[in-house]
Design a protein around this ligand. Structure first.
Ligand code: 13P
Ligand code: SF4
Length: 337
């Protein structure tokens, strides 16, 4: 292994991760398990992570489940195998714990679509509105919000707000449009979207349906309206997984990031899961941000405890309030324990 650790450490912020070679003979699964025990670290992973990372995680979940796990863990270190806003949320909830992210550059196109300065101006144009923000946003946007939601609790969060209270919903216009439809609200939508969920091809999905007439289309609400209109079930990643396991069909076309297929296949081994095709030459739809994390980077961040998420205390406190409101409403609605 390249032992020039201090030089690599000095480049972590620019590079995104500790850029040193990993001994190819190391059993990374065993090493990661060892590090978890030695450091009292918990490894939280999102369903969009590569299968090896999911297999070594202590908990795999959707954004709501992950936030809840982060809120209740008694580990000293939280290792977050996901994207930056997820690790940042864990840090907001745990100022005294070390929060590690395998690659700091694992961002999110949706979070990037709402820069705080522009959002502030947008908010100022709607002074009577409260702000509900999807958790896929930066800490700065969270600090400008009244309540955070995820795709797993958004309907209940919106319904907890009095019907005559106008709402701004940010940053996902597709999720916001879908929520307007199912709640009958008329929320003002920020014009953001997820690069992964926006590029599914309705035409290709329809062709797939001809080849698989009994397959059910299930979709994440970040997908465009045209896809959602055709879907037989819409939900967060955890909800899609539960539906796929409990439902009685044998085949599903899955319109979300392909990482979820790993758990679907594990939990329902006799069923067939087909990734919904995007409008390009690929057969499946990977999130380039989520897939920046690798087993090697995960091992390195745990071994050397870098890259670490840090945040100004003032920003953290401001971003914490709307997250706490989300957790409180979710608890009352029986969505989390
Ligand atoms: P959920 O897992 O909460 O459904 O979120 C999906 C997603 O796009 C995360 O980036
Ligand atoms: Fe962001 Fe979309 Fe990737 Fe999720 S799938 S992390 S919303 S870019």
């Amino acid at each position: 292994m390249d032992i020039n650790i201090s030089e690599a450490r000095s480049k972590v912020n620019a590079r995104g991760f500790l850029d040193i070679e990993v001994d190819p003979t190391l059993d990374l699964f065993r090493e990661i398990e060892r590090l978890k025990k030695e450091k009292n670290a918990v490894l939280l992973a999102h369903y969009y992570q590569e299968p090896d990372i999911q297999d070594v995680a202590d908990y795999i979940g959707d954004s709501l489940g992950l936030a809840q796990q982060a809120a209740k863990t008694d580990a000293d270190i939280i290792v977050f195998a996901g994207v930056h806003f997820m690790a940042e949320t864990a840090k907001i909830l745990n100022p005294h714990k070390k929060v590690l992210l395998p690659d700091l550059k694992a961002g999110c196109s949706l979070a990037d679509s709402a820069p705080a300065a522009l959002f502030k101006q947008f908010k100022a144009k709607h002074p009577d509105h409260i702000v509900i923000s999807y958790i896929n946003c930066t800490a700065e946007i969270k600090a400008l919000s009244d309540i955070i939601c995820t795709s797993g609790n958004a309907k209940q969060i919106i319904e907890s707000v009095p019907a005559d209270q106008p709402i701004i919903f940010a940053p996902d216009k597709n999720l916001g449009g879908y929520l307007n439809k199912i709640t009958g609200r008329n929320m003002v939508l920020w014009n953001g979207a997820c690069m992964v969920h926006e590029i599914f091809s309705l035409e290709k999905i329809k062709k797939l349906k001809v080849r698989h007439p009994h397959a059910k289309l299930i979709a994440h609400p970040e997908c465009e309206e045209a896809i959602l209109r055709e879907a037989e079930f819409i939900g967060s990643t955890t909800q899609l997984l539960k539906f796929a396991v409990q439902d009685d069909a044998k085949e599903y076309i899955v319109a979300t990031e392909t990482g979820i297929l790993h758990q679907m296949q594990q939990d329902a081994p006799t069923k067939t899961f087909i990734p919904a095709p995007p409008d390009n030459s690929c057969a499946c739809n990977d999130c380039p941000h989520m897939k920046l994390n690798t087993l090697e980077k995960l091992y390195l961040c745990m071994e050397y405890e870098t890259p670490e998420i840090t945040m100004e205390e003032e920003l953290r406190v401001a971003a914490l309030k709307p997250i706490e409101r989300m957790l409180e409403i979710s608890r009352k609605a029986g969505l989390i324990g």
